[in-house]
Design a protein around this ligand. Sequence first.
Ligand code: TRP
Length: 338
Amino acid sequence: MERQRVVSGMRPTGKLHLGHLVGALQNWERLQADYDCFYFVADWHALTSHYADTGELVANAIDNVADWIGAGLDPEKSIFFIQSLVPEHAELYLLLQMVTPIPWLERVPTYKEQIEQLSDRDLGSIGFLGYPLLQAADVVIYGAHVVPVGEDQVPHLELAREVVRRFNNFYFPVPEGAPSRGLVEPQSLLTPTPRLPGLDNRKMSKSYQNTIDLSDDAETIKQKVRQMYTDPKRVRADIPGTVEGNPVFIYHDAFNPNTAEVDDLKARYRAGKVGDVEVKTKLAAAIDQMLAPIRDRREAALARPGYLRDVLMEGSARARRVAETTMEQVRDAVRLRY
Ligand code: TRP
């Protein structure tokens, strides 16, 4: 039996951190067992907001894919590729644009939000408005059934389904009662993880410099955890503290497998019987232990000359063959056959 397809992508805008690990990579890794997975570097999507500084994109792409392998993603099981090396994404995007009303894109929640949040950049471009439509092309071109994404991306998949229905109505009309055909409507698969705050209790983000990166070494992890935000009312170790919503304990819950230790620390924290230093030292050790094998696999991949580039070139060629098959059907359906 044919396995269903999973497609997901990540923009190469910087180093990957713990948020990417729990919010995406661990889920991507699990899906490899049950689906044919296509995972890609969304370099064109990075351009929609970073068009003025493109110098780091390629280096970031390679570094990110090293982290994917570190996190247990396997290029023998899944196809890893680069979006811009499969130019058919752009062709499908262009054809989808023809049937997409501009207000559908203007009302996507991330559109206005991002323009406000990234007010230091001019995001008044067609490219930025089209972001979710390019994303639709990314997944539809592989006939993706399932698209693992974070909550903020769910409206993008909704848009993708609406556009697919409209496109199919024009170009793959179905007689009454006949089975549907044409492009596949992709479903979003919500990544079942609580959101991790950043080290300073704001949203975790590279631009806030409040991340622990997957490539951080033991010493860096220690330093970062030492600066972590905790219960601000607890100015001395003998004052009872609050565990709920406290980033240090959110991280303990997420990354420390020794639940007996975590329970003991929480009890003593609530009772004012443990210092922050002990809580944080144990947290740093737990995070370091979790990241050590990821770092090792990452470094091993980076140490093999040309390996990651070869993986991406070969994966992009394989992805392209699948994308080309879809485009053959689409060009036929649009009657662009010369
Ligand atoms: N928009 C996604 C994000 O910011 C990245 C992305 C681009 C993507 N194309 C995609 C995710 C296709 C899933 C499927 O996280």
